[in-house]
Design a protein around this ligand. Structure first.
Ligand SMILES: CCCCCCCCCC(=O)SCCNC(=O)CCNC(=O)[C@H](O)C(C)(C)COP(=O)(O)OP(=O)(O)OC[C@H]1O[C@@H](n2cnc3c(N)ncnc32)[C@H](O)[C@@H]1OP(=O)(O)O
Length: 153
């Protein structure tokens, strides 16, 4: 993959992985031939009921680790068209988890992905099956965001 893509300012505000997003999760990834891996420790601000990560944010982890695999492999964006999640056990606040995204199969631009989140001992906490549509968008040229851009008045 062209690593400059990840430094492109157009992508650096992604809620899950953008380095410039102060409210984001700041996920980081390792890309192998057949999978993408991310390590993440939920913090208190990610909580729903006491001690457990919000389910919507668990979905973000799964969506991102699968989407990032394709982003790295294809060098262009893919949009989530469908995602189905099985929440098996809570993600505990303060306990690191391992997120993994893999491609299952593809037909044309539509790719079926599998995502998992496990404890470090391998216990499965959550998993997803998703469909992602690869789009033929050339990444936008990198540009410096003007101060305050994207913020509400
Ligand atoms: C910074 C780096 C970050 C990297 C990681 C990112 C991870 C996060 C990803 C996201 O958050 S993406 C944002 C959330 N998702 C969206 O905003 C997607 C919104 N939906 C769309 O934009 C469009 O619906 C979509 C691009 C998914 C598809 O539109 P298209 O115009 O390209 O396709 P079209 O609707 O013409 O359908 C093409 C084919 O796909 C099929 N299809 C479309 N959606 C489907 C679906 N959901 N399930 C099954 N099939 C589907 C459709 O039936 C059709 O089949 P046929 O070719 O056989 O006719």
């Amino acid at each position: 993959m062209d690593k400059s893509l990840l430094n492109n300012n157009e992508y650096s505000w992604c809620f899950a992985c953008g380095k410039d997003n102060p409210s984001g999760l700041h996920m980081r990834f390792e890309i192998d031939d057949d999978k993408c891996t991310a390590y993440f420790t939920p913090r208190r601000e990610h909580q729903s009921y006491p001690g457990r990560m919000h389910g919507g944010l668990v979905a973000v982890l799964l969506d991102e680790v699968t989407g990032n695999y394709l982003f790295a492999k294809e060098g262009k964006p893919s949009y989530t068209a469908k995602i189905e999640i099985r929440y098996r056990q809570p993600l505990a606040i303060g306990e690191e988890v391992v997120c993994t995204g893999r491609e299952l199969k593809r037909k044309g631009r539509m790719v079926e992905m599998q995502g998992t989140i496990c404890k470090k001992d391998g216990t499965l906490l959550a998993e997803c099956l998703s469909k992602m549509m690869i789009v033929d968008e050339t990444p936008q040229p990198s540009r410096k965001l003007a101060a305050g851009e994207g913020e509400e008045e």
